[in-house]
Design a protein around this ligand. Structure first.
Ligand code: BG6
Length: 494
C-alpha cells in the first residue's frame, strides 16, 4: 500500500462546476483523495457556474455523479455524505462584475491554500482571472489550474497565457495535461532513468523507429460542439501525444524539479523538424469515422453523431490523425516517430512501441523464424505494463532455430493495487505546489508552433478527411504512411 501524506487544508474552486469534466473526473478524484485521508476533512470544494442552484442542489448533483462515475468498490455511503458536506456552490456569470464575486470571496478562508480550477471554455480564462484579481481573491497562496485546450492555435494560446499571466505568476499557473498524471506515463521516467539497461540503448544507434498509438472506441459523446471546432490534432496530438513523445525522447533531466524536467521536454519540442507545407500531405493522414461497428454493435458516423452541433455543410473535422515526426538532434537523427490517434477505433488502447534495429548479421539458419528485431512495448492503458520481445532458441533437438518470446510485466498484477486516476495525483499536486507534471507556458507554445504548419496546410487543402469505418484502425492511408518507409504499425494490440 502506498504511503498517503495528507496535503494542507485547502479551498478548491471549480469554474465550470456543472460541466462534464467536473462530474466525471474532478469530483470523483477529490472524493477518492478524501476517502484515502489525503484531502483534509476541513477542506472545501466550491462549485461556480452560471446555473442557478443552491448548495443542496449542487450536492445532490455531485452525489449522483459520484455514484455514476466512481469505481464501484470505492462507493461508500457514509464517506460520500461526509465529502458532499464539504461542497458549496456559488452562481457566477464569469463574464460580468457583480456581487457574486464577493459571495465567492466570503467562502474562502485567508489561511488556506486556494486553488482556482478553470474547467470552462478557454476564452473565459482571461476574464475569470481578471475578475478574481479585481475582487481581490488572488492572494499569495492562490494558484490557477488551466484545462486544455489552451487556445486553438499559437496566437490564441499566447493571448490566453498573457491574460492569465497578468494575474498569476508562471509559478502559480498549472496547465494540466492529464496524460502526465497517468501512472504508466510517470513510469516512463522510472523506466528510463531508474534502470541502467534502457538508457544505454535509447538512441539512433540501436532504435529504428518509435510508434505511439492512442486509440479510443468512443465517438464524440455529446461533445460535438467543442470537438468539431477542435479535431484530433488539437484535441490529442498537440498536448497528450507530444507530451508522451517528450518524455520518451528527452535527455535525462538533472533532477525531478519542475523546471529541470520541463527544460528537457521543451528542448525536444524545439528539436521537432517543422513540416513544410508541401510535406504535410505525405507526412500526415486525416480521417473521419463513417458508420460501422464497435464490439459487434452498430455505431453512427461522425456526421450523424454531431446532431445539433452539425453545421449546414458536412464537417471537415478529423477524428483520426496519423503522422510522422522527426527530432533533429544527435540522439534521434534518422529515427522517425509515428503517431496515430483516433475515435471509434477497434480498441481503447494507448501504447508506445520502441522498435530496435535489425541485427547487422545473422549466424542462424534461415529456415524457420529468422531473428525478428526486438521491440519494447510500453502499454499505458489498459492493462498497464511493459513487454520486451526477444528471440530465444526454439526448445528441442534438431538445430539452433529461433522463436520469438517476451519478457512481460503487468503492473497491476505485480503491484496488486488499484491504479489511481490521473486527476487524483494532479489535483493533489496543485495543492502541494508541485508543478513537475504540468506544462509550462513555453512548452505549450512550442507545441503549437510545431502543429501550426500542419493546421495551415490542411486548411489550404481542398481535400476532406478520408473516411474510415468505425471499428477499423483508420484510413488505409495510415498504413501507407508507414509502408512508404518500409515499416508497419504494431498490430498485436491485444
Ligand atoms: C481528452 C480529450 O483530453 O482526453 C478527449 O479531450 C479524449 O477527447 C480524452 O477522449 C482521452 O483520455 P483518456 O484518459 O481516456 O485516454
Amino acid at each position: 500500500m502506498a504511503r498517503i501524506i495528507p496535503v494542507a487544508v485547502f479551498d478548491f474552486v471549480v469554474f465550470g462546476a456543472t460541466g462534464d469534466l467536473t462530474l466525471r473526473k474532478l469530483l470523483p478524484s477529490l472524493y477518492l483523495r478524501f476517502r484515502d485521508g489525503q484531502m483534509p476533512e476541513d477542506s472545501a470544494v466550491i462549485g461556480a457556474a452560471r446555473t442557478e442552484m443552491d448548495d443542496a442542489a449542487f450536492r445532490a448533483r455531485a452525489e449522483e455523479g459520484l455514484r455514476r462515475f466512481l469505481p464501484k468498490e470505492t462507493v461508500e455511503d457514509e464517506t460520500i455524505s461526509r465529502f458532499c458536506a464539504r461542497l458549496r456552490y456559488v452562481q457566477i456569470d464569469v463574464t460580468r462584475d457583480g456581487p457574486h464575486w464577493k459571495a465567492l470571496g466570503k467562502l474562502l478562508d485567508p489561511e488556506r491554500i486556494r486553488v482556482f480550477y478553470l474547467a470552462t471554455a478557454p476564452d473565459l480564462y482571461g476574464p475569470i482571472c481578471a475578475h478574481l484579481a479585481s475582487a481581490k481573491l488572488v492572494d499569495a497562496k492562490a494558484r490557477v489550474v488551466l484545462e486544455k485546450p489552451i487556445g486553438h492555435d499559437l496566437p490564441s494560446a499566447r493571448a490566453i497565457n498573457d491574460e492569465v499571466g497578468r494575474v498569476f505568476s508562471e509559478a502559480a499557473t498549472y496547465r494540466i495535461d492529464h496524460y502526465l498524471g497517468k501512472e504508466t506515463v510517470q513510469n516512463l521516467l522510472a523506466l528510463r532513468f531508474a534502470n541502467t539497461i534502457f538508457e544505454r540503448l535509447w538512441n539512433t544507434d540501436v532504435i529504428d523507429h518509435v510508434q505511439i498509438t492512442v486509440g479510443e472506441t468512443v465517438g464524440v459523446e455529446g461533445r460535438g460542439g467543442y470537438y468539431d471546432r477542435s479535431g484530433a490534432l488539437r484535441d490529442m496530438v498537440q498536448n497528450h501525444m507530444l507530451q508522451l513523445l517528450c518524455l520518451l525522447a528527452m535527455e535525462p533531466p538533472v533532477s525531478l524539479d519542475a523546471d529541470r524536467l520541463r527544460d528537457e521536454k521543451l528542448k525536444v519540442l524545439r528539436a521537432l523538424r517543422p513540416m513544410a507545407a508541401h510535406e504535410v500531405a505525405q507526412a500526415t493522414v486525416r480521417g473521419q469515422y463513417a458508420a460501422g461497428a464497435i464490439e459487434g454493435k452498430a455505431v453512427a458516423s461522425y456526421q450523424d453523431d454531431l446532431g445539433e452541433a452539425a453545421g449546414a455543410d458536412p464537417s471537415r473535422t478529423e477524428t483520426f490523425v496519423a503522422l510522422r515526426a522527426e527530432i533533429q538532434n544527435f540522439r534521434w537523427a534518422n529515427v522517425p516517430f509515428y503517431l496515430r490517434t483516433g475515435k471509434r477505433l477497434p480498441q481503447k488502447v494507448s501504447e508506445i512501441v520502441v522498435q530496435y534495429r535489425a541485427l547487422p548479421f545473422s549466424i542462424f539458419p534461415t529456415d524457420g523464424a529468422g531473428p525478428v528485431p526486438n521491440q519494447l512495448i510500453i502499454r499505458l492503458q489498459p492493462e498497464e505494463g511493459i513487454r520486451l520481445s526477444m528471440m530465444a532458441k526454439d526448445p528441442g533437438p534438431g538445430g539452433l532455430r529461433l522463436r520469438p518470446t517476451a519478457l512481460d510485466i503487468n503492473f497491476e498484477q505485480s503491484f496488486g493495487m488499484r491504479f489511481p486516476d490521473a486527476y487524483e495525483r494532479l489535483l493533489m499536486d496543485t495543492v502541494r505546489g508541485n508543478a513537475t507534471l504540468f506544462m509550462r507556458r513555453d512548452e505549450v507554445e512550442a507545441a503549437w508552433t510545431w502543429i501550426e504548419p500542419i493546421l495551415e496546410a490542411w486548411g489550404a487543402q481542398s481535400e476532406v478527411p478520408k473516411l474510415y469505418p468505425a471499428g477499423s484502425w483508420g484510413p488505409s492511408a495510415a498504413v501507407a504512411l508507414m509502408a512508404r518507409d518500409g515499416r508497419s504499425w504494431h498490430e498485436d494490440l491485444g
